[in-house]
Design a protein around this ligand. Structure first.
Ligand code: COA
Length: 386
């Protein structure tokens, strides 16, 4: 088995890209990455994407993007696991390099969401849930998460304002993120009193809808020595699944996929939770940030919002989280998100995070989930001081 290193990363700003096709977005992120790594020839390409068929009327993304890059002649395909598609793509690229099949693999995540009418976006997102039990009944993705938020607030006596801290943290951290969709700081009252989308979740509890693409080049020991000064290693890439529908689960407030994947990833990395310097958590909704951080072990059950309000997830806190703004403010172009998270973790560990830099960051963990923790992917990255 080979060790796996990050050769380079590339991200495009998230937002409205009316003049670019999904192929253009993916190719832009890939070219930035290839340029950053100064390496022209990945031996395979995997594209993470959730709903190009409805969002861009396009499938067969792997060969399409590969051809656009002038790299035809290598294996290329798309993987889809809802909002975790990009982390799943990273997992596939990682496995190709780790197994020794290739020296160099390129993972790209891309999504074009803004071309759709809002109701069609909601419908496309709902495809991550089981149709006959949810979207056919008019239950949106936001509504499912709102139900969890209500249960959580009742069970653990969490106030509306306590839940509101996660978006505040995200927006604060995004102020200097050039690739972020929203860079304006907000306060607790803005979140609690923004328009209600699905009770108790408000507009500012929700990740926005945006177009985006991010990529990461993965290489083995031989290649990293040729291309980069710093060697940021991916020490674990673990994906798993839970019971598909939330109502079939023993405890709807427990994210078992994230819990199991985190345990396994930390073990594979020979890392304790106390060693983590940076967390890129899947904060698609305030409630998802809370349940994820609890499942990963950073907060006890029912305490993540209170911990957040006490500053432990702040930039200068014990476990800095969403250091570039997270899904909430950097943005969540669903099938691309996992690679934004991984690229940001890489920037932190290589000291290239600019004004977002967490001092002495050496170990980072990323968590990217599909649907309500139905799929979960955990990546652990380590800098050179490990
Ligand atoms: N956070 C902050 N601001 C947001 C926002 C968000 N999530 N969504 C929209 N806005 C802003 C817009 O920029 C716009 O501001 P402006 O009037 O100053 O230009 C305003 O709010 C209205 O935007 P609009 O696009 O009309 O919002 P919308 O009502 O169509 O969509 C949501 C709002 C919350 C319904 C939409 O963002 C959404 O569905 N989010 C969840 C996406 C999701 O489920 N992702 C998968 C999760 S795993």
């Amino acid at each position: 088995m080979s060790k796996v290193y990050v050769g380079g990363v590339g991200m495009i700003p998230i937002g409205d890209h009316w003049t670019k096709s999904i192929t253009d977005l993916a190719a832009d992120a890939a070219l930035k990455t290839i340029k950053a790594a100064n390496l022209q020839n990945p031996e395979m390409i995997v594209v993470g994407n959730m709903f190009s068929a409805t969002g861009a009327k396009q499938e067969h993304l792997g060969p399409l993007v590969t051809s656009e890059l002038g790299l035809e002649g290598i294996p290329a395909f798309k993987v889809e696991t809802a909002c975790a598609s990009a982390a799943a793509a990273l997992n596939v690229a990682y496995t190709y390099v780790k197994s020794g099949e290739v020296d160099c693999a390129l993972a790209i995540g891309v999504e074009k969401m803004r071309d759709l009418e809002p109701s069609d976006t909601t419908q496309s997102l709902s495809m991550a849930e089981r149709y006959e039990y949810t979207s056919s009944m008019g239950v949106s993705f936001v509504a499912l998460n709102a139900m969890l938020a209500r249960m959580y607030m009742d069970k653990y006596e969490v106030s509306r304002d306590e839940l509101s801290y996660f978006p505040v943290l995200a927006h604060n951290n995004a102020q200097n993120t050039t690739h972020a969709q929203f860079r304006k700081p907000i306060e607790i009252a803005n979140v609690s009193r923004s328009p209600e989308v699905s009770n108790p979740l408000t507009l500012l509890d929700c990740a926005p809808v945006g177009d985006g693409a991010a990529a990461m080049l993965l290489v083995n020991e031989k290649k990293i020595a040729e291309i980069n000064d710093e060697a940021i290693e991916i020490t674990a890439s673990v994906g798993t699944t839970s019971r598909f529908s939330i109502f079939e689960r023993d405890d709807m407030l427990e994210f078992t996929a994230t819990k199991e994947a985190t345990k396994k990833a930390l073990k594979e990395s020979n890392t304790s939770i106390k060693d983590i310097d940076v967390i890129e958590v899947h904060d698609a909704f305030s409630i998802v940030a809370a349940l994820s951080l609890e499942a990963m072990g950073f907060s006890r059950s029912g305490e993540a919002c209170k911990d957040a309000c006490n500053g432990i997830y702040d930039k200068n806190g014990k476990y800095p989280s969403v250091t570039f703004g997270g899904l909430k403010a950097r943005g969540h172009p669903v099938g691309a998100t996992g690679l934004y998270q991984a690229a940001e973790a890489y920037l932190q560990l290589s000291g290239k995070a600019g004004l977002n830099q967490i001092e002495n960051a050496n170990v980072a963990i990323t968590q990217n989930v599909g649907a309500v923790d139905t799929s979960s992917y955990i990546h652990v990255l380590k800098g050179e001081n490990n």
